[in-house]
Write a protein that binds this ligand. Structure first.
Ligand code: CA
Length: 235
Protein backbone atom coordinates (compact mmCIF):
# COMPACT_ATOMS: atom_id res chain seq x y z
CA UNK A 1 0.00 0.00 0.00
CA UNK A 2 1.52 3.30 -1.08
CA UNK A 3 0.50 6.53 0.55
CA UNK A 4 0.17 9.50 -1.67
CA UNK A 5 1.14 12.25 0.70
CA UNK A 6 2.84 10.88 3.77
CA UNK A 7 1.15 9.03 6.60
CA UNK A 8 -1.96 10.15 8.39
CA UNK A 9 -2.04 10.26 12.16
CA UNK A 10 -5.32 10.93 13.92
CA UNK A 11 -5.14 12.49 17.36
CA UNK A 12 -8.24 12.18 19.52
CA UNK A 13 -7.66 14.58 22.39
CA UNK A 14 -9.92 17.20 23.98
CA UNK A 15 -7.07 19.48 25.08
CA UNK A 16 -6.26 21.78 22.22
CA UNK A 17 -2.72 22.72 23.40
CA UNK A 18 -1.75 19.03 23.32
CA UNK A 19 -3.28 18.60 19.87
CA UNK A 20 -1.32 21.64 18.67
CA UNK A 21 1.92 20.34 20.13
CA UNK A 22 1.41 16.93 18.52
CA UNK A 23 0.46 18.45 15.19
CA UNK A 24 3.52 20.69 15.21
CA UNK A 25 5.84 17.81 16.09
CA UNK A 26 4.38 15.42 13.53
CA UNK A 27 4.03 17.80 10.62
CA UNK A 28 7.74 18.49 10.89
CA UNK A 29 8.19 14.75 10.31
CA UNK A 30 5.96 14.93 7.24
CA UNK A 31 2.99 13.22 8.80
CA UNK A 32 -0.46 14.52 7.96
CA UNK A 33 -2.27 15.16 11.21
CA UNK A 34 -6.03 14.75 11.61
CA UNK A 35 -7.65 16.06 14.78
CA UNK A 36 -10.68 15.16 16.86
CA UNK A 37 -11.74 16.45 20.27
CA UNK A 38 -14.17 13.63 21.09
CA UNK A 39 -14.85 10.01 20.15
CA UNK A 40 -17.75 11.22 18.00
CA UNK A 41 -15.46 13.55 16.05
CA UNK A 42 -12.96 10.71 15.84
CA UNK A 43 -15.55 8.43 14.20
CA UNK A 44 -16.28 11.10 11.60
CA UNK A 45 -12.57 11.70 10.95
CA UNK A 46 -11.90 7.99 10.44
CA UNK A 47 -14.86 7.64 8.08
CA UNK A 48 -13.38 10.48 6.04
CA UNK A 49 -9.69 9.52 5.93
CA UNK A 50 -8.40 6.23 7.24
CA UNK A 51 -5.44 7.05 9.51
CA UNK A 52 -2.28 4.94 9.64
CA UNK A 53 -2.15 5.35 13.40
CA UNK A 54 -4.30 6.86 16.15
CA UNK A 55 -3.09 8.76 19.21
CA UNK A 56 -5.91 8.33 21.70
CA UNK A 57 -6.30 10.35 24.86
CA UNK A 58 -7.55 8.28 27.76
CA UNK A 59 -9.78 10.90 29.34
CA UNK A 60 -12.24 12.32 26.84
CA UNK A 61 -15.56 13.99 27.53
CA UNK A 62 -18.39 11.55 26.79
CA UNK A 63 -17.13 8.24 25.44
CA UNK A 64 -13.67 7.65 26.96
CA UNK A 65 -10.62 7.08 24.82
CA UNK A 66 -10.36 3.55 26.18
CA UNK A 67 -13.92 2.70 25.16
CA UNK A 68 -13.41 4.26 21.75
CA UNK A 69 -10.22 2.22 21.33
CA UNK A 70 -12.13 -0.94 22.28
CA UNK A 71 -14.82 -0.07 19.78
CA UNK A 72 -12.26 0.33 16.98
CA UNK A 73 -10.30 -2.76 17.92
CA UNK A 74 -13.45 -4.88 17.82
CA UNK A 75 -14.60 -3.49 14.47
CA UNK A 76 -13.69 -5.38 11.34
CA UNK A 77 -12.94 -2.23 9.34
CA UNK A 78 -10.61 -0.50 11.80
CA UNK A 79 -9.16 -3.22 14.04
CA UNK A 80 -5.79 -3.13 12.29
CA UNK A 81 -5.18 0.60 12.81
CA UNK A 82 -2.52 0.85 15.54
CA UNK A 83 -3.47 2.91 18.59
CA UNK A 84 -1.16 4.63 21.06
CA UNK A 85 -2.96 5.65 24.26
CA UNK A 86 -2.08 8.98 25.85
CA UNK A 87 -2.45 8.91 29.60
CA UNK A 88 -1.96 11.36 32.44
CA UNK A 89 0.65 10.65 35.08
CA UNK A 90 -0.71 8.40 37.80
CA UNK A 91 -2.80 6.26 35.49
CA UNK A 92 -0.16 3.53 35.27
CA UNK A 93 -2.54 0.78 36.31
CA UNK A 94 -4.96 1.96 33.69
CA UNK A 95 -2.25 1.73 31.10
CA UNK A 96 -2.19 -1.99 31.56
CA UNK A 97 -5.91 -2.03 30.90
CA UNK A 98 -5.20 0.02 27.79
CA UNK A 99 -2.95 -2.69 26.49
CA UNK A 100 -5.61 -5.29 27.29
CA UNK A 101 -8.00 -3.28 25.15
CA UNK A 102 -5.73 -4.13 22.23
CA UNK A 103 -3.84 -0.85 22.10
CA UNK A 104 -0.36 -1.01 20.67
CA UNK A 105 1.48 1.27 23.06
CA UNK A 106 0.94 4.06 25.54
CA UNK A 107 2.63 7.31 26.47
CA UNK A 108 2.45 9.31 29.66
CA UNK A 109 1.86 13.06 29.44
CA UNK A 110 3.83 15.23 29.29
CA UNK A 111 5.95 13.67 26.56
CA UNK A 112 8.60 15.17 24.32
CA UNK A 113 8.22 15.54 20.57
CA UNK A 114 11.22 13.23 20.11
CA UNK A 115 9.63 10.51 22.25
CA UNK A 116 6.35 10.82 20.40
CA UNK A 117 7.99 10.47 17.00
CA UNK A 118 10.11 7.53 18.15
CA UNK A 119 7.07 5.67 19.52
CA UNK A 120 5.07 6.29 16.36
CA UNK A 121 7.91 5.02 14.18
CA UNK A 122 8.28 1.92 16.33
CA UNK A 123 4.56 1.12 16.27
CA UNK A 124 4.24 1.73 12.52
CA UNK A 125 7.25 -0.45 11.84
CA UNK A 126 5.73 -3.27 13.90
CA UNK A 127 2.29 -2.90 12.40
CA UNK A 128 3.36 -3.16 8.75
CA UNK A 129 0.56 -0.76 7.91
CA UNK A 130 1.78 1.06 4.83
CA UNK A 131 5.34 0.17 5.74
CA UNK A 132 7.58 2.96 6.89
CA UNK A 133 9.69 2.57 3.79
CA UNK A 134 6.89 2.94 1.27
CA UNK A 135 7.85 5.57 -1.32
CA UNK A 136 5.94 8.83 -1.53
CA UNK A 137 4.40 9.23 -4.96
CA UNK A 138 3.05 12.40 -6.49
CA UNK A 139 2.22 12.28 -10.18
CA UNK A 140 5.16 10.59 -11.93
CA UNK A 141 7.57 11.46 -9.11
CA UNK A 142 8.53 8.81 -6.59
CA UNK A 143 10.53 9.71 -3.46
CA UNK A 144 12.15 6.78 -1.70
CA UNK A 145 12.63 8.28 1.75
CA UNK A 146 14.62 5.35 3.16
CA UNK A 147 17.19 5.48 0.36
CA UNK A 148 16.83 9.26 -0.18
CA UNK A 149 16.43 8.67 -3.89
CA UNK A 150 14.06 10.24 -6.34
CA UNK A 151 12.88 8.75 -9.61
CA UNK A 152 10.50 9.91 -12.28
CA UNK A 153 8.71 7.18 -14.25
CA UNK A 154 11.42 4.85 -13.00
CA UNK A 155 14.36 7.02 -14.13
CA UNK A 156 16.62 8.03 -11.21
CA UNK A 157 16.98 11.76 -10.69
CA UNK A 158 20.22 13.27 -9.46
CA UNK A 159 19.57 16.02 -6.92
CA UNK A 160 21.68 18.02 -4.49
CA UNK A 161 20.83 17.56 -0.79
CA UNK A 162 18.89 20.82 -0.55
CA UNK A 163 16.91 20.13 -3.72
CA UNK A 164 16.13 16.66 -2.37
CA UNK A 165 14.80 18.09 0.90
CA UNK A 166 12.85 20.71 -1.00
CA UNK A 167 11.24 18.12 -3.27
CA UNK A 168 10.53 15.84 -0.31
CA UNK A 169 8.84 18.73 1.47
CA UNK A 170 6.74 19.59 -1.58
CA UNK A 171 5.74 15.97 -2.21
CA UNK A 172 4.55 15.61 1.38
CA UNK A 173 2.83 19.02 1.38
CA UNK A 174 1.18 19.34 -2.00
CA UNK A 175 -1.66 21.59 -3.09
CA UNK A 176 -0.88 24.32 -0.57
CA UNK A 177 0.83 27.68 -0.99
CA UNK A 178 3.85 28.40 1.20
CA UNK A 179 5.69 31.66 1.70
CA UNK A 180 9.45 31.70 1.22
CA UNK A 181 9.78 32.09 4.97
CA UNK A 182 7.67 28.97 5.60
CA UNK A 183 9.70 27.01 3.08
CA UNK A 184 12.90 28.16 4.80
CA UNK A 185 11.58 27.09 8.21
CA UNK A 186 10.48 23.67 7.01
CA UNK A 187 13.34 22.80 4.68
CA UNK A 188 16.33 24.63 6.15
CA UNK A 189 15.19 24.70 9.79
CA UNK A 190 14.10 27.55 12.01
CA UNK A 191 17.44 28.40 13.54
CA UNK A 192 19.35 28.79 10.33
CA UNK A 193 19.94 32.23 8.95
CA UNK A 194 19.36 32.11 5.23
CA UNK A 195 18.04 34.87 3.02
CA UNK A 196 14.65 34.32 1.47
CA UNK A 197 16.00 34.59 -2.06
CA UNK A 198 18.06 31.45 -1.33
CA UNK A 199 14.74 29.62 -1.67
CA UNK A 200 14.38 30.99 -5.20
CA UNK A 201 17.86 29.79 -6.11
CA UNK A 202 17.12 26.23 -5.03
CA UNK A 203 13.64 26.26 -6.55
CA UNK A 204 15.30 27.23 -9.84
CA UNK A 205 17.74 24.32 -9.56
CA UNK A 206 14.96 21.90 -8.70
CA UNK A 207 12.83 23.04 -11.63
CA UNK A 208 15.84 22.60 -13.91
CA UNK A 209 16.29 19.03 -12.68
CA UNK A 210 12.59 18.28 -13.20
CA UNK A 211 12.34 20.01 -16.58
CA UNK A 212 13.61 17.10 -18.76
CA UNK A 213 10.68 15.04 -17.42
CA UNK A 214 8.16 17.82 -17.92
CA UNK A 215 7.61 18.00 -14.17
CA UNK A 216 9.00 21.49 -13.54
CA UNK A 217 5.52 23.01 -13.85
CA UNK A 218 4.50 21.16 -10.67
CA UNK A 219 6.35 23.89 -8.75
CA UNK A 220 4.08 26.86 -9.20
CA UNK A 221 4.94 30.44 -8.31
CA UNK A 222 2.15 31.97 -6.27
CA UNK A 223 2.29 35.69 -6.90
CA UNK A 224 2.62 37.70 -3.71
CA UNK A 225 3.00 34.55 -1.61
CA UNK A 226 5.65 32.06 -2.62
CA UNK A 227 5.30 28.58 -4.02
CA UNK A 228 2.85 25.75 -4.40
CA UNK A 229 3.49 22.17 -5.46
CA UNK A 230 0.51 20.97 -7.41
CA UNK A 231 -0.47 18.41 -10.01
CA UNK A 232 -3.33 20.72 -11.00
CA UNK A 233 -2.73 23.60 -13.43
CA UNK A 234 -1.90 26.96 -11.83
CA UNK A 235 -4.92 29.25 -11.66
CA1 CA B 1 -8.25 14.64 28.05
Amino acid sequence: MTHMYGRHILIVEDEEPIRNLVRFALEREDYQVLEAGTAQEGRLAIADVRPDLILMDWMLPGVSGLDFARELKSSEAFCDIPIIMLTARGEEEDKVRGLYAGCDDYMTKPFSAAELVARIHAVLRRSHVGGLDAPIEVGDISVDVAAQRVSIKGTPLSLGPTEYRLLHFFCTHPERAYTREQVLDRVWGQNVYVEERTVDVHIRRLRKALAPFGCDALIQTVRGTGYRFSTRPAA
